[in-house]
Design a protein around this ligand. Structure first.
Ligand code: F3S
Length: 386
C-alpha cells in the first residue's frame, strides 16, 4: 500500500505511539486485502465494548492506545450493562466496575458513548457516498445498503485504528465495482416477517450481496433484515429493488436466482425455535427505534402484565429521550434497558431461555449466551407478556 509523507511520519511514530500502532494495523490490513492507498473516512463506529466480550485482554489493548485521540466522529456499540440500571439487571459490582472502565477508556480517546447499535438513527448519521469504518455488522449493512455510505465489515480494532488516523484502506465495499449484487432473491407472499426473511436469505447469500425483488420494507424492516442477514450469513450489503439507493446502479442479468416464500421462512423459524418457556422476553435487536417503541406502546395499551418472565425493551438513550410517554407505557410491562442488549450482557448467568423477535438475536443468543430460544414476531412477544 502506498503511503503519503504524512502517513509515513505517523507510521514512524512522529505523532505518538497510539498513532503509530493504529497506522501499523491499517497498513497490515491494507496489505492483506490488496488496498493501494488509504481513503479518508467521515465517521467510525466501534464494537468491542462489552466487558463480557472483550475481557481483560481488550482492556489491555485499549489502555495501550491511551495516548491517541480519534479524529472523526466516532460512536460506540452496546456495552455489557445499562449504566444506570445495572444492579436491576443482576450485574455484579466487579463487572460494572470493569465495564465503566472500558467506556472511560473510549471516552478518553474522544469517542461518543451513547452505546447503541443504531447510531444511524441519531448520533452518527452518514450520508450517501461517504467512506466510513464501522464495526457493527447490522449497522454497517444498514449504512451500506439503506444509506449508500461505504464501509467494510470492520473488526473493533480496525475501526478504532481508522478512527484515530481518520482513514481506512481502500478495498472491498469502498470500491464501486465491489458493491454489485451477486444473487437475486425473489420474495413471495404477503405479511413478510423480515427477521425470518433475513435468516433464510443470509444463509443463502453467505458473504455475497443479495438483490431483493418483491418486497417494499419500511426503514425499521430494513434494519431488521440487515441485522438478521449479518448474523445468519455475513452479508455486509444488500439491494432492494425500487427501495435502496444503489439498487438501480447494477445489472442483475445472468445472476443466480433464488425464491424465498412462506415455506422457507417457516423452515427458518422452526430451526431457530429451540425453547418453549422463556425466562426473559427481550425486544430491541437492533435497538428499538422511536416508531417501534410507539408501535409496542400502542399494542400494549389497555393490556395487563401476565407471566413471570423478565421483560426488557432494549434501546438507545437517544431514542428513549424522544418518546418518554410511550416509554412509560412500556415500563408497565418491563425494563427499558439502554447502553446494552440481551446478547452482550451476561444473561447466561441468570437465564436459560430467552424469547426474541430478532433474527440476529436468535443466532447469537444460542451461540454467545447459551440460551434456548423462543422466536415470535412482535405481536407474539406481546402475547407472551400480556
Ligand atoms: Fe444490537 Fe445487540 Fe442486536 S448489539 S444488533 S441489539 S445483538
Amino acid at each position: 500500500m502506498q503511503l503519503n509523507r504524512d502517513e509515513e511520519a505517523i507510521l514512524a511514530g512522529e505523532k505518538g505511539e497510539g498513532g503509530r500502532k493504529a497506522m501499523e494495523l491499517l497498513v497490515a490490513l491494507g496489505d492483506i486485502y490488496g488496498a493501494e492507498r488509504l481513503v479518508p473516512i467521515s465517521s467510525a463506529h466501534l464494537s468491542g465494548v462489552s466487558y463480557k466480550t472483550i475481557g481483560e485482554g481488550g482492556i489491555g489493548l485499549l489502555e495501550e492506545m491511551s495516548s491517541a485521540r480519534v479524529c472523526v466522529p466516532t460512536t460506540l456499540n452496546p456495552a455489557g450493562m445499562d449504566r444506570r440500571r445495572w444492579e436491576e439487571m443482576g450485574i455484579s459490582p466487579r463487572f460494572a466496575d470493569r465495564q465503566r472502565h472500558i467506556i472511560e477508556c473510549y471516552e478518553r480517546l474522544g469517542v461518543t458513548s451513547d452505546c447503541s447499535c443504531t447510531p444511524y438513527l441519531g448520533t452518527n448519521v452518514p450520508k450517501r457516498g461517504q467512506h466510513l469504518a464501522w464495526a457493527e455488522s447490522s449497522a454497517l449493512s444498514f449504512a451500506n445498503s439503506v444509506i449508500g455510505a461505504r464501509t467494510n465489515r470492520e473488526g473493533g480494532p480496525g475501526a478504532l485504528a481508522a478512527a484515530i488516523i481518520g482513514k481506512t484502506p481502500e478495498y472491498g465495499l469502498h470500491i464501486e465495482a465491489n458493491r454489485a449484487p451477486a444473487v437475486v432473491i425473489e420474495v413471495e407472499g404477503e405479511d413478510i416477517d423480515y427477521s425470518m426473511l433475513g435468516q433464510a436469505a443470509g444463509a443463502i447469500a453467505g458473504a455475497r450481496i443479495p438483490y431483493f425483488r418483491g418486497i417494499r420494507p419500511t426503514i425499521d424492516q430494513l434494519k431488521t433484515l440487515a441485522a438478521a442477514m449479518a448474523a445468519s450469513g455475513s452479508v455486509a450489503m444488500f439491494h432492494v429493488e425500487g427501495i435502496t439507493p444503489e439498487a438501480g446502479s447494477f445489472s442483475i442479468a445472468g445472476l443466480e436466482r433464488v425464491t424465498i416464500g412462506h415455506r422457507e421462512m417457516a423452515a427458518a423459524r422452526e430451526k431457530v425455535n429451540t425453547g418453549s418457556d422463556p425466562e426473559l422476553v427481550a425486544f430491541g435487536c437492533p435497538h428499538l427505534s422511536v416508531d417501534e417503541i410507539r408501535q409496542l406502546a400502542a399494542m400494549l395499551k389497555g393490556r395487563r402484565r401476565q407471566g413471570d418472565a423478565e421483560v426488557w425493551f432494549c434501546t438507545s438513550r437517544h431514542t428513549l429521550a424522544a418518546c418518554p410517554k410511550e416509554a412509560k407505557e412500556l415500563e408497565r410491562f418491563g425494563k427499558l434497558v439502554c447502553d446494552t442488549c440481551m446478547v452482550v450482557t451476561p444473561i447466561e448467568e441468570r437465564f436459560k431461555c430467552t424469547a426474541t423477535n430478532s433474527g440476529k438475536a436468535c443466532n447469537y443468543l444460542a451461540t454467545l449466551c447459551s440460551q434456548k430460544v423462543v422466536f415470535r414476531d412482535a405481536k407474539g412477544l406481546v402475547e407472551l407478556i400480556s
